[in-house]
Design a protein. Structure first.
Lengths: 486, 417
């Protein structure tokens, strides 16, 4: 019995506005609202909305035998909430059918898995919480930004409790092996791997409407025929693509929606099932281990990470950004955190790519900039302002460790004060009891003795609680000040 | 005295320092009194200042006879020239140029820039110069830079009047020694035909004498000067910067030594963190410089603004704490003077012409990135240094005026007559 595992990626970055040198230090809003609104509204209208409705229809028509998975970045979800809330409703409707699985990924569609493990783990948690809160299901299978994967990432993902991960069936990794099996990671054998079938996925994504293609026109009948003619042992066909494929990359006029609608019928006739990634992970057995030393992805011909970290500009931008990672995670300024996420979107680095020929055209097609150099200078201007803001919170002269310990003291102080407070009230009630004639329990007195000082202070002033709470913020402030002075 | 000047650029439509210098000199000479200057440029736009010189556009000078009415000429050229002048010029067409590509008025089109067919434009310009030289009355011919030397030579051959050329730059400066032989020949031809040669600095004078083999007594240096800035520019409002700003402003080309600035910036950033470096302008080395900044890991502190025009230049200067011009070879270099006018302390290379006349600046060898870094550091770290250079520099630059340069040029004219 063969199974198709269908998964769509939805991601939109917050594009940056033209941020001039003069804006550094003066303007802390970085985004091109008009472009962001315009692009997501247009794509939603042409692709996301009709495509999601089509999927919904397919689920209903096929008695829930049609299944699909989504991976939606946090930045895309935020943009939907802001600009196309009706799409969220459709997604919720899809979620309620029980045939749709939502996958885990980094909130910001970031490259953190390659550079900053702490950030990576935190972002995955933030993303999964958002998914759970919106769609009521906790992601069980992990999919990294642009299917980036290697052994180190596998270990991190497995340690977070995921049972499966999705990545690219890169030829240089697979060699003679076929992507149409379930594999497991060599670094973390408990982690099962679903590999993208590039040929069949790209047939839909890129070749579907190309009249020069030998297989044109592609019909559902023909397509399912290819799948059922695969060797009997190859049971898992992973079709992973961008959701924009339906309606944007392949416009409605190409008949893409009708093609999709016809897929389940022909699949069923040939005894092919649809499965979600977590079903695959729980029902199928892995046939072998895969070891990936250098990161792979689903981008470009090389299927590596050179689309985002392939030249010195990209390296510089990525490493400058993550150099402040630890500090940003320490602070609780919400706007700063938001910008931190938005600036991490892999797209910003994609725009800086200087790869030419075939791959280059894809880069320039998606880029809002005239050249990779313009993309870089604009991003660095924004990043420069962002880093100044981080520095205002925590001056760079203080080392990360020192800062950490200071923050720890501040946080502990709060807890300490709280604990002392509780004791004070306890003693207070004891004193009250004393006055009323009751004998105080010995245990409480003994416990209070080591902390003689805080006991005295509130004793002078009657409303002990008030005094203590007043003290707390002032202590915190002085601690922060000393941190700043240092 | 009447002078016929040939130039390529004139404010406000300028592409480089040539236009600014030509205009300043013309104005300075007019201030000395008793000067009547006719200034020829390839393509006037109509908004050029006309108080000091009569402007004739090469693209509105007929070289082929066309039977047109006064009204038609008025409607076509009214913005840039008096129709009567058109007819006067038309009366002096000296040959049949109908084989040339001319328009409805019998004129050749000019781009007025530096197009790929520059040599063709230079040649056309000298054809037009023949008509103008036969029409206009003058005592001396003055050609600004190599583009107009052929025109000057033509005018001299037609009228026999004394011919002065003004060397704003040589190809040795532009190419770091990799001279284009065609350009070199045009330059040398002009120098040989000239009765006197004016250079903008002693540095350029040496180049002319040594590289082009011109007798020293035929070459005189007249340093450039600066126009006082308007109140509007001096009081520009710019967003306040919270950090020190070090600025490089100019074409990002080999001649300007941008790489030495990046290297020095890297050194400074090892010591002080709150400095921003700006490379304003564009040029064929810009992408290379962006990569260099990234490779030195200073891209968050090193910014590129792209080409700045008009007021943006002064906004940039106003926001700067240090101005730097590490030119490898600069015939004069007017931009540090403008920076000083805006009260910005400047660092210039010893290899630039303006270093000969400036005292209250820091002079370094362009290749000495250690010295450049030291200079930047001292200006941003020691307020006394900044204050001294700012105040003394302002005072100094205000005394460098074009009328003094103009008087020197007039003096040269007198000796030739």
């Amino acid at each position: 019995m063969k199974a198709i595992c269908l998964y769509f990626q939805i991601h939109q970055p917050f594009r940056l506005k033209n941020y001039r040198f003069f804006d550094i230090g003066n303007d802390h809003y970085y985004y091109d609202d008009f472009a962001n609104d315009d692009i997501i509204t247009r794509i939603a209208e042409r692709s996301y909305m009709p495509a999601a409705r089509t999927l919904l229809e397919m689920i209903r028509d096929n008695g829930k035998k049609f299944k699909v998975a989504f991976s939606i970045s946090g930045t895309a979800l935020e943009q939907f909430e802001q600009y196309v809330p009706e799409f969220i409703d459709v997604l919720k409707e899809l979620a309620s059918t029980g045939c749709v699985e939502f996958l885990s990924e980094t909130y910001a569609h970031s490259l953190s898995s390659l550079v900053d493990p702490d950030e990576f783990i935190e972002q995955v948690q933030v993303h999964d919480e958002k998914i759970e809160q919106m769609f009521g299901q906790k992601p069980k299978v992990f999919r990294n930004t642009e299917l980036i994967y290697n052994d180190d990432i596998a270990a991190m993902v497995a340690s977070m409790g995921f049972k499966g991960a999705i990545t690219e069936g890169a030829k240089h990794i697979l060699g003679w092996k076929s992507p149409n099996y379930l594999y497991k990671s060599a670094a973390a054998p408990k982690l099962k791997l679903l590999l993208k079938n590039s040929k069949l996925s790209d047939d839909i994504s890129f070749r579907f409407s190309n009249p020069d293609w030998a297989a044109y026109p592609l019909t559902a009948d023909k397509y399912i025929g290819w799948i059922s003619n695969l060797p009997e042992e190859e049971q898992l066909i992973n079709l992973f693509m961008n959701f924009e494929t339906l309606g944007e990359l392949q416009p409605r006029e190409t008949g893409i929606f009708e093609f999709m609608k016809a897929l389940p019928r022909f699949a069923m006739e040939n005894g092919i099932l649809f499965m979600t990634p977590s079903e695959v992970v729980s029902k199928m057995r892995a046939v072998g281990e895969l070891s990936v030393l250098h990161p792979i992805s689903w981008a470009d011909e090389a299927r590596d990470t050179s689309a985002w970290m392939g030249n010195i500009m990209q390296d510089e931008a990525v490493h400058k950004l993550y150099s402040v990672g630890e500090r940003v995670r320490m602070c609780d300024d919400r706007r700063l955190k938001q910008d931190w996420y938005y600036l991490q979107a892999s797209d910003h680095f994609f725009y800086m790519s200087t790869k030419h020929a075939d791959d280059g055209s894809v880069h320039s097609h998606y880029s809002p900039y005239d050249s990779p150099y313009a993309a870089f200078t604009n991003y660095m201007n924004v990043l420069s302002d962002f880093m100044t803001r981080v520095e205002e919170q925590y001056p760079s002269e203080i080392g990360n460790e020192e800062l950490n310990s200071l923050l720890l003291t501040i946080r502990n102080q709060e807890k300490e004060i709280e604990a002392l407070n509780r004791e004070v009230t306890l003693l207070h009630t004891n004193i009250d009891k004393d006055l009323t004639g009751d004998f105080a329990p010995v245990a409480a007195e003994v416990k209070a003795e080591p902390e003689a000082e805080p006991e005295k202070k509130p004793a002078k002033k009657a409303p002990a609680k008030k005094a203590a709470t007043k003290k707390a913020p002032s202590k915190k402030a002085t601690a922060k000040k000393t941190a700043a002075k240092k | 005295m009447k002078a016929l000047m040939f130039g390529w650029e004139f404010p406000p439509h300028i592409l480089g320092g040539l236009g600014t210098a030509s205009f300043g000199l013309t104005k300075g000479m007019a201030q000395c009194g008793d000067m009547d200057i006719t200034f020829v440029i390839p393509k006037p736009w109509g908004d050029e200042p006309k108080d000091f010189a009569r402007i004739i556009g090469a693209n509105s000078t007929p070289i082929a006879w066309r039977d047109v009415s006064t009204d038609y000429v008025e409607s076509r050229l009214g913005k840039v020239m008096d129709p009567q002048l058109y007819f006067d010029l038309r009366d002096h067409i000296y040959s049949d140029f109908n084989y040339m590509n001319t328009n409805d008025l019998g004129c050749i089109e000019f781009s007025g820039r530096y197009p790929d067919n520059l040599l063709e434009e230079i040649n056309n310009y000298s054809i037009v110069a023949g008509v103008i030289a036969r029409t206009v009355d003058f005592d001396v011919i003055h050609s600004h830079d190599w583009l107009t030397y052929p025109a000057g030579i033509h005018a001299k051959q037609v009228t026999g009047k004394p011919f002065v050329i003004h060397v704003h730059a040589t190809d040795f400066d532009r190419s770091r020694g990799n001279v284009n032989p065609t350009v070199f020949n045009i330059e040398r031809d002009g120098m040989l035909h000239a009765d006197h040669i004016i250079t903008v600095s002693n540095l350029t004078r040496q180049t002319v004498i040594e590289k082009y083999g011109i007798p020293a007594e035929k070459v005189t240096t007249v340093h450039n000067a600066v126009e006082p800035l308007s109140e509007e520019l001096l009081n520009l409002e710019v967003p306040e910067k919270h950090e020190k700003v070090v600025t490089f402003l100019g074409r990002i080309t080999m001649q300007k030594g941008p790489e030495y600035f990046v290297e020095a910036a890297w050194q400074v950033l090892q010591k002080v963190h709150n400095v921003q470096f700006v490379m304003a302008g564009s040029g064929d080395m810009m992408e290379k410089m962006i990569r260099l900044a990234a490779r030195r890991h200073i891209a968050d502190r090193f910014h590129f603004t792209g080409f700045l025009k008009g007021k943006q230049v002064y906004e940039m200067l106003k926001a700067s704490d240090v101005y730097i011009m590490p030119s490898v070879s600069e015939p004069f270099g007017i931009s540090p003077l403008e920076a000083m006018q805006m009260g910005v302390p400047s660092i210039i290379s010893k290899q630039s012409g303006c270093a000969e006349i400036l005292d209250n600046v820091i002079k370094v060898d362009y290749w000495d990135t250690n010295a450049i870094a030291d200079a930047i550091y001292s200006i941003i770290q020691y307020p006394a240094m900044y204050k001294h250079l700012r105040e003394q520099g302002l005072d100094e630059v205000n005394r460098i005026t074009w009328d003094k340069a103009g008087a020197k040029v007039i003096n040269i004219y007198k000796q030739l007559m």
